[in-house]
Every structure is written in structure tokens, then in C-alpha cells.
Design a binder for this molecule. Structure first.
Ligand code: FES
Ligand code: FES
Length: 179
């Protein structure tokens, strides 16, 4: 039996029906046509599916779609505002911080989450903040430089979304896996 879910995605109210076993990634891509988030590993290792859930970056392949009930979700499609690229997107473009681009949406969402939490991160903090995102093309240095460039722009430091206590963030998922 399908479950009815009401949620907010990229600022708009969204309702959908899903099976209890379906992941948020599956519903975003297959039911809501939000194909920016990518399925890399589907088991929480690559970060290609990263979205913001109540202000925290999560691997949407590890979140059940029913957990989106009442939540606020931001996907890579919501990063640009009113037709203007977010500074992170602009800096990724200008710095050629992508090759095949499969990992890029996840990196953008994770980097935005990092800058919202830490507007002036050190290189080490950027590398740690993006440790849950894998790039098979191994363009890590350009990605880090793009995030450093974006951090210099005031627009990159937009206010964070509301937070829901107790949500298992992607960082927590990563830490839990390494135990
Ligand atoms: S597809 Fe979700 S972490 Fe790889
Ligand atoms: S640009 Fe190809 S996986 Fe990162």
C-alpha cells in the first residue's frame, strides 16, 4: 500500500505517493523528475545523491521517502535563484571543477551546506566537509579551489534552512560507517 507524503521541496509544497520501502532518491528522480541528484552507489558511499533535509546534508539513497513527511528538502535544482547561478555553481564552472559531472550535484549541495555552517573554511575543513563525496574523475583539487573561491563571495553565505533535531546527517552516517 502506498503512503501519502506532504513535503516542501525547493521552496514549494509537494505531495506524492510512495511505497514504504522506496528511498527519497528514488522518489525524487523517478516520481518527481528531480534528476539532479544522482545514483552512484545506492548504498551511502559516494555522495552523488546528496540533498539537504531540514538543513542537513543527507545521502538521499539512505533516507526513506516517507521520512520526508513534513520536512524541508533542497536539491541541486534549488540552488540557483531566479535564473542566477549560485556562486558555487559559477566557481565550479569557471574553475573547471568537473569532468564527467556525475558527482557535481552532490558536491554542490555538500559545499553549500558547508559554507552555510562555516563561511570561511580552511582547505582542510573543505576537504573534511566534502569527504563523503567521491569523484571518480579525481578532480578534487579543482573542486576544493572552487569552494575556496565561492567562499570569498558574500552571496555564497546564504542563511541555512530550518533544522530538525535528531535527524541523522550525512556526516553522522559517514562517521557511523567508519566505526
Ligand atoms: S548514491 Fe547515495 S551515497 Fe552513493
Ligand atoms: S567529475 Fe566525474 S565523477 Fe566527479
Amino acid at each position: 500500500m502506498k503512503t501519502h507524503v506532504t513535503t516542501t521541496i525547493n521552496g514549494g509544497s509537494v505531495e506524492f505517493l510512495c511505497q514504504p520501502r522506496q528511498s527519497l532518491l528514488e522518489v525524487l528522480r523517478d516520481e518527481l523528475s528531480l534528476t539532479g541528484c544522482k545514483e552512484g552507489c545506492n548504498n551511502g558511499n559516494c555522495g552523488a545523491c546528496t540533498v539537504m533535509l531540514d538543513g542537513l546534508p543527507v545521502n538521499s539513497c539512505l533516507v526513506l521517502a516517507v521520512e520526508a513527511e513534513g520536512a524541508v528538502i533542497e536539491t541541486v535544482e534549488g540552488i540557483a535563484e531566479q535564473g542566477h547561478l549560485h556562486p558555487l555553481q559559477q566557481c565550479f564552472l569557471e574553475g573547471a571543477a568537473l569532468q564527467c559531472g556525475i558527482c557535481t550535484p552532490g558536491f554542490l549541495v555538500a559545499a553549500k551546506a558547508l559554507l552555510e555552517k562555516n563561511p570561511q573554511p580552511s582547505e582542510q575543513e573543505i576537504r573534511f566537509g566534502l569527504a563523503g563525496n567521491l569523484c571518480r574523475c579525481t578532480g578534487y583539487d579543482k573542486i576544493v579551489r572552487a569552494v575556496q573561491a565561492a567562499a570569498q563571495t558574500p552571496e555564497a553565505q546564504s542563511p541555512g534552512l530550518s533544522k530538525r533535531p535528531g535527524l541523522l546527517s550525512r556526516t553522522t552516517q559517514t562517521e557511523a560507517k567508519s566505526l
